[in-house]
Design a protein around this ligand. Structure first.
Ligand code: ZN
Ligand code: ZN
Length: 241
C-alpha cells in the first residue's frame, strides 16, 4: 500500500484463486470528503478497511464508494466495507446500478459456471449482491470531490457499465479493468462484455494525457510512457470486434 500523490492512496489487491481488485482512496486528507474506489473480493473487507486506517484516514471522512464496475472481484467485499462505513453512499454506472438494485447478478458473476463455482467456494447465497445505489453515473460527469476534479468516462466493453475516473490536472487515470500495465487489457468475453465496445473505449482513453495509470489489477504505473494506451489499443485491435 502506498500514497501515490496528495489525495490518491493505493491498496493492492490480495489475490487468491480469484483476483482481489485493488482499492484506491481519493480525496485530499483535510477535505473530509474522501471516496473509496472499488471494494474487492469476498473476505477482503477487513484488510481494505485496516489499510485505510493505516493511512491515517478517519472512516467518517469516507463519504462514498464508487465502483468502476460490479464484477465479483470488485464488489465481493462491498457489504463488509459498507458495514464498517454505513454512512457511505454507493455510486455505480446506471447500466450496472439498475441490475444491482434488482438483485440481478449476471454482471457480478459474468458467467453461469463461475456463479456456481463461487457460490460453492465462498458459501455465497443467491441474491447476496443486491444493493441500493445512491447515485447512478452516466459518464461525462465532472465530480468535484475531496478537493480534486475527476471526470467520469463511460468505458463499456469489459462490462456494460465500466467507468474510468480521470484527474486531468494531475494526469491520473483510474480505468478499472479496461487497461492494465504491460499492454494487457481486461477480458471481453463475460456477460455484458463487447469486444467492439472495448476497442472504442481503449481508443477513447488513448486520447487522454496520462502520466499515472491506476488499474484494477496488476502493477500500477507511475510514469506512463507517452502513447502507451494507444499502443495497447493498437496491439489488441485485431482481436476486438
Ligand atoms: Zn472486471
Ligand atoms: Zn477485476
Amino acid at each position: 500500500m502506498k500514497q501515490v500523490s496528495e489525495g490518491v492512496y493505493f491498496i493492492p489487491g490480495q489475490d487468491e484463486l480469484i483476483p482481489d481488485s485493488h482499492v484506491y482512496v481519493i480525496g485530499k486528507p483535510d477535505s473530509g470528503d474522501l471516496s473509496v474506489i472499488d471494494a474487492g473480493l469476498m473476505g477482503k473487507g477487513q484488510y481494505k478497511i485496516q489499510s485505510i486506517l493505516n493511512f491515517g484516514i478517519d472512516l467518517k471522512d469516507i463519504k462514498r464508494v464508487i465502483m468502476t464496475h460490479t464484477h465479483l472481484d470488485h464488489i465481493g467485499c462491498l457489504e463488509e466495507i459498507l458495514g464498517e462505513i454505513p454512512h457511505a453512499e454507493l455510486w455505480v454506472h446506471t447500466k450496472e446500478a439498475v441490475p444491482l438494485e434488482e438483485g440481478d447478478e449476471k454482471i457480478v458473476y459474468g458467467m453461469d459456471m463461475f456463479q456456481g463455482m463461487c457460490q460453492a467456494q465462498y458459501g455465497i447465497k443467491p441474491g447476496a449482491f443486491k444493493f441500493k445505489v445512491d447515485r447512478k453515473l452516466e459518464g461525462d460527469e465532472t465530480l468535484e470531490i475531496g478537493g480534486i476534479t475527476w471526470e467520469v468516462i463511460h468505458v463499456p466493453g469489459h462490462s456494460g457499465g465500466s467507468i474510468a475516473l480521470y484527474d486531468r490536472a494531475e494526469k491520473i487515470l483510474i480505468p478499472g479493468d479496461v487497461v492494465y500495465s504491460d499492454y494487457a487489457i481486461g477480458r471481453f468475453d463475460l456477460f455484458g462484455a463487447s469486444g467492439a465496445q472495448h476497442r472504442e473505449s481503449l481508443f477513447s482513453l488513448a486520447e487522454l494525457d496520462v502520466d499515472v495509470l491506476l488499474p484494477g489489477h496488476n502493477s500500477i504505473v507511475e510514469r506512463v510512457s507517452p502513447g502507451y494506451i494507444l499502443e495497447t489499443a493498437r496491439q489488441w485491435e485485431p482481436y476486438l470486434s
